[in-house]
Design a protein around this ligand. Structure first.
Ligand SMILES: [Zn+2]
Length: 185
């Protein structure tokens, strides 16, 4: 099954001064290949319906590190439609996350993804955010328990990681999620 995405490459600005954007539509395509490699384990494919450079979002650097507030602001700029909205943004200090928004629905089919320096790391973060949109929670690891060591390479570990594994349970949860059902899964 395939889920349509609308990509908004959104530059930040501060007091009218636009910051150079790290994402490009080419980088978005390459990162999406990483996303699709990861989610192929669940036979879910994401396709870019539309990709555009959005008008800059003027926001003080110090105000960017609240993930929910940032996604609310981004989501408020575009009405919901029949695609998942992905906002690609520059790195944000003190924030190792995407975010969840509930402006129009629970959760909003929207995420932002920071640039993490290369296609792979950025694509992995993107795949992680899509995991949240497909009802997956974080995997909490008890590092004292050696049997849990395998979970370290899971996609849904918290924060920055290179893990991209999915358990059978996670695949089942994603496939049964509201988002996948909405898009015809
Ligand atoms: Zn997360």
């Amino acid at each position: 099954m395939s889920i349509p995405l609308k990509i908004y490459i959104t530059p930040f600005a501060e007091k009218g001064v636009r910051e150079p954007e790290k994402w490009s539509s080419d980088a978005a395509k390459k990162a999406l290949n990483v996303v699709n490699t990861i989610w192929s384990k669940a036979k879910i494919t994401f396709v870019i319906n539309n990709s555009l450079i959005d008008k800059p979002l003027d926001m003080a650097k110090s105000a960017r590190n609240n993930d929910q507030r940032l996604l609310d602001v981004l989501s408020s700029r575009h009405d919901p439609d029949n695609a998942v909205h992905i906002y690609l943004v520059n790195p944000i200090e003190n924030l190792a996350a995407g975010g969840s928004s509930y402006l129009h629905s629970d959760p909003e089919p929207a995420s932002f993804v920071q640039w993490y320096g290369n296609d792979f790391a950025s694509g992995r973060a993107w795949a992680h955010e899509l995991g949240h949109l497909m009802s997956l929670d974080h995997v909490e690891i008890d590092y004292a328990d050696e049997k849990q060591a395998a979970l370290r390479s899971n996609l849904m570990t918290k924060g920055l990681s290179v893990g991209s594994d999915l358990t059978d349970q996670q695949i089942a949860t994603a496939k049964g999620s509201k988002l996948v059902k909405r898009f015809g899964g």
